[in-house]
Ligand binder design. Structure first.
Ligand SMILES: Cc1ncc(COP(=O)(O)O)c(C=O)c1O
Length: 453
């Protein structure tokens, strides 16, 4: 059983500048987690909290998995750190091969970073380097989508589409554009799975091509399923259409080449949608896939960029390229031995426990359970795909986001962890969740929604 010695209680909250947090509110009303096991966190006081969000969409195999812990411990005692600049260590190559093996065909050249943000910025830079290596250096425009979340690097916030992540940080990278988001409450509310309406929104890419000229466009980056903004499921045919428009303009898709359509799968990778990738699940294969979160079961930070072989061959084998470094990019901790050990143990767990298939088998049960909240107070939409759900609430006229924030705090105090973003509650439990635990989540959500003003 979880044991949380009282001495863990921090006595100075001021020093830590918390990310994405109302620091003033939190430090006056701290909510701490002290340990975790399986589907549960525990507070310093020993109170159990059911994990409805797999931490931050990342603890897909459940908490405190012994084989992962043992792998990290053993690795720390064997090789704690080794540079991957001009040197290597065996685990890095093993991890790359294992990740490549579960990616769509040919997307098996793996660059390693330390987070989703680094993975996104790396993918954008690889897209630019790829076009340059092919003598198409005019392709520098990067296209994202409204409400898109691609981390907090300058590349990520530039292609990202969430105003609060952008407005105070200047204009970002030059030459970025945004497709419209696909959220349409009027026509798609309470849809189970992929919405009927919205594929036409991909056509805006055609307008951008007409405006700028295809030869200026380097990459399109989208989340197959937009998580951080509040769970936006791609409308039927939308992803396919996005790709088809690229083909129509003779814009070599980075599928086969440029422009690069990059799938940001930081959330959707590693079983979240019942398959190794959303690309596999939706049957639309981009040329670059960014990964993080579930890659190490969040036991050690890691991000990865799975690239199409042609991209790798083009960048590393550019005709006439002088011998030497092909891509001047990387991080000190790229493919850190501990992260690699954690990733290998995690991939073993996903395989040995068939967790992706398990997530897939739970989908119908999850969908029915989540949609049973459609008539709960304040609920204006329920969205779902894979083991993800978004429950949208009526915003309070004078305080957008406050209702969901209040629900998040109330549920945490009652023993359930959910994610609040604007007025949306997002759920994405570890893939080991049981049907009983899903029912418990629904029961607790309905009770809390009923109590909520
Ligand atoms: C789609 C997507 N891309 C990138 C990121 C950034 O990842 P990180 O927080 O590890 O930097 C996230 C994080 O939630 C994400 O959801």
């Amino acid at each position: 059983m979880l044991d949380t010695p009282a001495s863990d209680a921090p006595n100075d909250l001021e020093s830590f500048w918390m990310p994405f947090t109302d620091n003033r509110y939190f430090k006056a009303n701290p909510r701490m987690l002290a340990s975790a096991s399986g589907m549960y966190y525990a507070t310093p006081e020993g109170r159990r909290v059911l994990d409805g969000t797999a931490g931050l969409w990342c603890v897909n195999a459940g908490h405190g998995r012994e084989t992962i812990t043992a792998a990290i411990r053993e690795q720390a005692g064997k090789l704690d750190f080794a540079p991957n600049f001009q040197l290597g260590h065996p685990l890095a190559f093993q991890v790359a091969a294992r990740i490549g093996a579960i990616m769509p065909a040919n997307i098996d050249r793996i660059f390693v970073a330390n987070s989703g943000s680094e993975a996104v910025d790396t993918a954008l830079k690889i897209a630019l380097a790829y076009h340059r290596a092919r003598g198409q250096g005019t392709r520098t425009r990067l296209i994202g989508r409204e409400r898109g979340y691609h981390g907090t690097g300058f590349g990520g916030i530039s292609v990202g589409g969430i105003v609060s992540n952008r407005r105070v940080f200047g204009s970002g990278l030059p030459g970025t554009d945004h497709l419209p988001h696909t959220h349409d409450l009027a026509r798609n509310a309470f849809t189970r799975g992929q919405p009927e309406h919205g594929a036409h929104l991909a056509d805006t890419l055609e307008n951008l091509v007409a405006l700028h000229g295809a030869e200026t466009i380097a990459a399109v980056i989208v989340e197959p399923l937009a998580g951080s903004t509040g769970v936006l499921v791609p409308p039927k045919g939308y992803l396919e259409r996005l790709r088809a428009i690229c083909d129509r303009h003779g814009i070599l898709l980075i599928f086969r080449s440029q422009p690069t359509e990059t799938g940001d799968e930081v959330i959707t990778g590693f079983g979240r949608l019942g398959a190794a990738t959303a690309a596999e699940r939706f049957g639309v294969i981009p040329d670059i896939i960014t990964l993080a979160k579930g890659i190490t079961n969040a036991a050690v930070p890691m991000g990865a960029i799975a690239c199409n072989r042609e991209i790798y061959d083009t960048v590393t084998g550019a005709p006439g390229a002088a011998a030497g470094i092909e891509l001047f990019h990387g991080y000190t901790y790229s493919a850190h031995p501990l992260a690699c050990a954690a990733a290998l143990a995690t991939l073993d767990l996903y395989r040995d426990e068939a967790l992706f298939a398990r997530a897939h088998s739970l989908e119908a049960r999850w969908e029915t359970a989540m949609h049973s909240l459609a008539d709960a107070p304040h609920v204006i939409d329920v969205r779902n795909f894979g083991l993800v759900a978004g429950i949208e609430l009526t915003p309070r006229p004078d305080a957008p986001g406050a209702r969901a924030q209040e629900l998040f705090r109330k549920l945490f105090d009652q023993g359930l962890l959910v994610r609040a973003t604007a007025d949306i509650i997002a759920l994405s439990p570890p893939l080991i969740v049981t049907e009983e635990q899903i029912d418990t989540m629904v029961r607790m959500l309905r009770a809390a929604l009923t109590e909520l003003a």
